[in-house]
Write a protein that binds this ligand. Structure first.
Ligand code: NI
Length: 386
């Protein structure tokens, strides 16, 4: 594949840097989507559409009928003040491409440019999905699925870039690659009193402490050791001063699982434990439990396609299993069609890329961009090439 004849990697780097300098938050990617649309407009053979707010879909029909596949890149940024040492930092203070979605969009533009020039060699259809709002549930993928974009798609592929993994490495696995994430907010209503008279109170802090320690027991006592579940409390707020027992306490947490049955079990046990404990101490409560993204489940048949392309592009050995408890709204696609989500090495600590996604100093090695473009392109050619 002479992709370099179709595309200079400097172009991909320039697109990436432009988007890096002009990051926009989830559901606000107006200029980013317009930019992507305008770049795509300069490529031949693409039909462009905007089926949901701030999404752009480019459809490329090959010269003969065949399968339809989708390649997805997300485009949103995060509410983070950039502290990386790149020469092209965010010009939008407080907003940063700290998850590398700028690279995802740029690599997908690169693949669209290469493949749009290869129409004659393709049988079937490629949909390039530029998706907004990956970072904030309900996510942008759900609306794209509801708009019918995936209805005729047989396989869907998505890349995520990761620092701390050497450029040239690809990682994926069959089955769950990310966790499903649900969140909850609990308000415990007690009765305040002076700190000298706890007997006159219903102490929401004491109840909250019992709740936190017992919620942690759910994972250790109800989930099998070979299964995956994480429960973490991220916020516990109560009280104002040292000698007053407050009226109420608020606790917020996240629950991550990779198995739908375990997800249901966690939800049920969390409700039960909270209900019993709060009532045991005569308190009342409001619990708001919100279902987030489901786990991304990679399909074996599609993972074989990714493995094959990785073998061609980076060789056989540079393959890792990245299974993680992070979450991703790519699950909206892989829930309705056969999907493969894989990670792309974005550079190691030695290359100056030692900060994880969502860190203010997050940075990637741009040599990874060429690998991502080639992976998208190779996958498309392996499935649809004549
Ligand atoms: Ni991300």
């Amino acid at each position: 594949m002479n992709w370099r004849e179709q595309l200079s990697i400097e172009e991909v780097i320039a697109w990436r840097r432009h988007m890096h300098q002009h990051p926009e938050l989830s559901f606000e990617e107006v200029e980013t989507a317009n930019y992507i649309y305008n770049v795509l407009s300069t490529f031949p053979n693409l039909e462009l559409s905007r089926p949901t707010t701030n999404s752009v879909i480019a459809t490329l029909k090959g010269s003969a009928p065949g399968k339809t596949i989708a390649l997805r890149g997300d485009i949103d940024a995060l509410p983070i003040m950039e502290e990386s040492d790149v020469k092209f930092p965010s010009l939008n203070p407080g907003v940063m491409h700290a998850c590398g979605h700028d690279t995802h969009a740029a690599m997908l533009l690169g693949a669209a440019k290469v493949l749009s020039g290869m129409k004659e060699q393709l049988k079937g259809t490629i949909k390039f999905i530029f998706q907004p709002a990956e970072e904030v549930p309900p996510g942008g993928a759900k609306a794209i699925v509801e708009a019918g974009v995936l209805d005729d798609v047989e396989y869907v592929f998505g890349i995520h870039i990761f620092p701390k993994l050497e450029v040239g490495y690809i990682g994926t696995n069959v089955g769950a690659i990310t966790a499903g994430q649900d969140i909850f907010e609990l308000k415990i209503q007690g009765k305040g009193s002076h700190g000298s008279t706890p007997e006159l109170s219903i102490d929401p802090i004491t109840i909250g402490c019992e709740v936190v320690s017992n919620l942690n027991n759910i994972v250790s006592r109800h989930v099998g050791a070979l299964d995956n579940a994480v429960l973490s409390i991220g916020q516990f707020t109560a009280g104002e001063v040292f000698n007053v027992i407050p009226d109420s306490a608020t606790i917020k947490g996240t629950v991550r699982t990779t198995n739908p049955e375990t997800r249901k079990l966690m939800k049920k046990r969390i409700h039960e434990v909270i209900d019993h404990l709060v009532h045991a101490y005569n308190g009342t409560y409001e619990l708001n439990y919100m279902d987030g993204y489901s786990a991304v489940i990679n399909n074996e048949e599609v993972i074989e396609i990714v493995r094959g392309a990785a073998k061609t592009i980076v060789g056989d050995k540079q393959f890792v299993n990245p299974k993680m408890m992070g979450s991703e709204d790519f699950s909206a696609y892989s829930d309705v069609c056969k999907g493969a989500f894989y990670v792309l090495g974005g550079g190691t600590e030695e290359e100056g890329c030692g900060y994880m996604n969502h860190h203010p100093k997050f940075k990637i090695n741009e040599d990874a961009l060429a690998i991502g473009v080639q992976m998208h392109t190779q996958i498309a050619l392996d499935v649809l090439g004549k």
